[in-house]
Design a protein around this ligand. Structure first.
Ligand code: AMP
Ligand code: MG
Length: 601
């Protein structure tokens, strides 16, 4: 066995080892979606045969490699790949390869192959193959996934090779129990205090989000609440199913239940009927059938259902037509959710389906994260309160209302601080008070160049503040800082810029704060129905209207005039069209990414 494996990453690494042909890839192809479903983001490293290639002759990247490029990095706005030639033809070095991963993009690294390495592994074993166990030679095997009849050597955790949910449970527990062996390098973290106070930095949208998220600590307080109080709240603990769903094996059809037999053309003796909520008291013998309704428990002795439409009853007998497979139309006990399985993971936001699921398990009370508290105010002498008369040269305050509505939809408690006059003393007093009451303070206006510097001066005195120029439109100026543990967002003044900045920067922060781990906006590819422009080096967020085209594809056009003060463009839109920094012009017919407003606006 090789040297001790010290995981260089802060996320766990787990290997899957087996003799070839045991079905590692088959298992991983089922396990990956199951783990994804449970909220784990995965990276995979696979040991391949020596002359594998992912590129093809004729592709530019292939030709440039063949021309002598030792490293080839191909990138588009959705994916990039790095290919490195190692002409020495030695065994790949897993530690080196792990170092190539972007560990902030994954929660777990699965490693396929590298059988001989001393890293924590699950062994896959098929007795039918007659191969020896790896476990007896390798102390790093945590569990063996095998079939029922296999006898295991010694004391080792047994997993069922055909039970993906059980293996996923094991992996999930492994991730939960994992403690990093070495401190992760802090090189990429840029602490707020390391940015010069009052500095004006140019940042990309991604950099802005990353700097912000580094400062957000999820709330830790929890409260025990009942089902009716869970809407849009975040689960503070895994919800473990106390029951099997369904509770019993039952019929998925109105029809007949019987024991499958090789000759299905003979008729069956009809023994009775079983309705949902009842059960058939006896045990069916071969050649016997009962009438059964959807949801009714399948009687002992029966294993197969034929729908009513494919059956004929005559004189106490029933015969069947059509194809019949053993086990068809039977819902197995626990097939949806097994007793003891994680029904919803900690950090899940509870919508209608999630609340229904918890109810279906009989769960009534659960620990939820405390709701984040957000304080909101507006600045600017021209900004007036709606409901009062509009004075000359003034505008009504709309930003406070868009911000409050978006924060509420994210499940936050909102404290409205009103419009704050442009006075250092008032601002200072309001902010220090708000910092004791709220997790986040959000203001709008007064952060662009040429503004009175109240926000800058006051925040620099009370805490720390950065003024960023984000390479985006709308929403270029953004202030972000801290007063004690309270985060401060100074959004721009223009109403559309406020909403876009909230969606892109405040939303991920509030979700992380609320306890939703690693939330990402759902971006969808859509076909641009018109040419769209974006200055290079700047991310453009146009207001878009997406529709399903006659071709079955998602199409998008803009709402027309895109002034950053025009809220009507947000009202008409149902998505933002995102044109990244690298693109200058998208032609009609090309694909762009859209960020649907979905339920947030
Ligand atoms: P500022 O960055 O403060 O110069 O504001 C930019 C633009 O946004 C100006 O036209 C302001 O009048 C407008 N604005 C600032 N605050 C608000 C607000 N709360 N509601 C609506 N518009 C605002
Ligand atoms: Mg202003």
């Amino acid at each position: 066995m090789s040297t001790v494996f010290t995981n260089p990453l802060s996320i766990p690494v787990l290997g899957f080892c087996a003799y070839s042909g045991t079905g590692k890839t088959t298992l991983l192809k089922q396990l990956i979606p199951e783990l994804n479903r449970r909220g784990l983001r995965l990276a995979v490293i696979k040991h391949a045969h020596h002359n594998f290639d992912i590129d093809e002759p004729g592709k530019d990247s292939y030709e440039m490699r063949k021309a002598g490029a030792r490293q080839m990095l191909v990138a588009s706005h959705v994916r990039w790949a790095l290919m490195t030639e190692d002409p020495l033809d030695r065994d790949p070095d897993l530690l080196h390869l792990l170092g190539q991963l972007e560990q902030d993009k994954a929660d777990l690294v699965l490693v396929e192959g590298f059988k001989k390495l001393a890293l924590p592994k699950i062994e896959l074993h098929r007795a039918a193959h007659g191969k020896p166990f790896i476990h007896t030679e390798d102390p790093n095997i945590l569990a063996i996934a095998c079939c029922d009849e296999t006898k295991l050597p010694g004391e080792i955790r047994r997993l069922d090779l055909n039970n993906v949910a059980q293996i996923a449970d094991f992996v999930q527990q492994y991730v939960r129990d994992y403690r990093p062996e070495s401190k992760p390098s802090a090189a990429r973290a840029l602490p707020l205090s390391a940015c010069e106070l009052g500095s004006e930095q140019n940042l990309s949208v991604r950099q802005g989000i990353d700097h912000i998220l580094e400062q957000v600590k999820p709330v830790t307080e929890t409260e025990l609440l009942t089902l009716d109080e869970t809407d849009n709240r975040i689960l503070a603990q895994d919800a473990i199913s106390p029951v099997n769903v369904p509770q019993q094996t039952n019929s998925a059809m109105d029809g007949y239940a019987f024991a499958f037999q090789d000759n299905m053309s003979q008729s069956f003796e009809l023994k009775g009927e079983v309705l949902a909520g009842h059960q058939y008291s006896g045990q069916l013998q071969p050649g016997e059938a009962v009438r059964i309704m959807t949801g009714a428990p399948v009687p002992l002795g029966a294993d197969t259902i034929q729908p009513r439409e494919l059956a004929t009853e005559t004189d106490g007998k029933v015969s069947f037509s059509g194809k019949i497979y053993r086990g068809q139309h039977v819902r197995l006990a626990g097939e949806d959710i097994a007793q003891g399985a994680v029904a919803l993971g900690s950090g899940t936001r509870l919508g209608a389906a999630e609340q229904g699921l918890l109810a279906s398990l009989g769960l009534f009370e659960m620990p939820l994260k405390r709701r984040p508290r957000i304080a909101v105010f507006s600045t600017g002498d021209e900004v007036s309160q709606p409901g009062t008369e509009l004075k000359a040269n003034c505008i009504y305050d709309s930003n406070r209302y868009t911000i409050k509505a978006m924060a509420k939809r994210l499940g936050c408690e909102v404290l409205d601080l009103g419009i704050i006059e442009d006075s250092e003393a008032v601002l200072s007093q309001t902010l220090s008070q708000a910092a004791t009451q709220a997790d986040v303070i959000i203001s709008s206006g007064g952060v662009s160049v040429g503004n009175a510097d109240y926000i800058k001066t006051v925040l620099a005195k009370l805490g720390e503040i950065n003024f960023w120029r984000i390479n985006m439109r709308p929403g270029r100026p953004l202030a972000f800082g801290k007063i004690d543990q309270t985060l401060f967002f100074g959004l721009p003044g223009n109403p559309v810029a406020v909403m876009v900045s909230f969606l892109m920067f405040v939303q991920p922060a509030l979700r992380k704060l609320a306890g939703e781990p690693s939330w990402q906006p759902r971006l969808l590819p859509a076909i641009a129905d018109e040419a769209m422009r974006s200055r290079s080096g700047r991310t453009e967020f146009s207001r878009g209207i997406m529709t399903l085209g006659d071709d079955g594809q998602l199409h998008v056009r803009t709402t027309g005039a895109q002034g950053s003060g025009m809220l009507s463009s947000m009202v008409k839109a149902n998505c933002l069209v995102i044109i990244g920094e690298a693109d200058e012009r998208i032609e009609a017919g090309e694909t762009v990414y859209v960020h649907p407003f979905a339920d947030l606006l």
